[in-house]
Design a protein around this ligand. Sequence first.
Ligand SMILES: Nc1ncnc2c1ncn2[C@@H]1O[C@H](COP(=O)(O)OP(=O)(O)O)[C@@H](O)[C@H]1O
Ligand SMILES: [Mg+2]
Length: 249
Amino acid sequence: MKIAFSGKGGVGKSAIAALLSLAYMEKGYRVLAIDADPSPHLARLLEIRDEIIPLADMKELLAERAEKMGPYYTLNPKIEDLPEKFMKTKEQINLMVLGAIREAGAGCACPEQTVLRRLMGYLILKTQDVVIVDMEAGVEHFGRGTVVPMDVILVITKPYRGSIETSKQILKLAEELKLKKVFIVGNGIRNSQEEELLKKEFGDKIIAMLPEDKDLEKREIEGKGLWDYRGELFKKVAELRDRLLELKN
Ligand SMILES: Nc1ncnc2c1ncn2[C@@H]1O[C@H](COP(=O)(O)OP(=O)(O)O)[C@@H](O)[C@H]1O
Ligand SMILES: [Mg+2]
């Protein structure tokens, strides 16, 4: 299953993507986590410190291989076939980064988005494999169709107007693209009013409600990642994992 995280900036996409990766690992899954945000955070959250060559650089590699193998060349890699230099592995988690913005004013990330869309389209998963993509904030990846090869889109939503509006825009774009499994994940929920607000706005589109967890803030201040975090929020994310496993493909 290929799962993408979407939503407004600062709503918790990266944090929940990291926790969901850990939750799948806990169940014996092999995870390919892809940080597709030009300002990447997953490596820090998963406490992977080695430098990772951005996936955008794979473009040349793909073109090179295609040239060598002629017009009938098709690329249907499995996770283990992906070039190691683009991936860092920690236990059952494999991390790739799409590519950070290299210089100010360098324009859009279109080529990177194309690499990601192709890779997602081609990649063949075994039953114990899961792909988790932490998308860039906002809606650009819908305009570029990067989300089309994904099986599930999780739209992280905080109970405030700005986040709700971005999420509604995402649901509309997803509908236009005829994407079926698009769900709202409420995050940072502090009380029943906040929960009710999201229920009123999104009804049965909601797949999970995740509480605010002060521990995360503490970890951010201390510069600690989430690798060993198993607090209340993790338990809720593990429930989300179980619901996703029930969906199948
Ligand atoms: N459920 C939560 N409880 C407490 N803090 C959270 C929660 N989810 C996310 N955060 C915090 O909110 C901030 C933004 O989260 P982040 O994952 O970076 O958002 P995004 O990737 O959507 O920009 C981080 O400091 C993160 O630790
Ligand atoms: Mg992020």
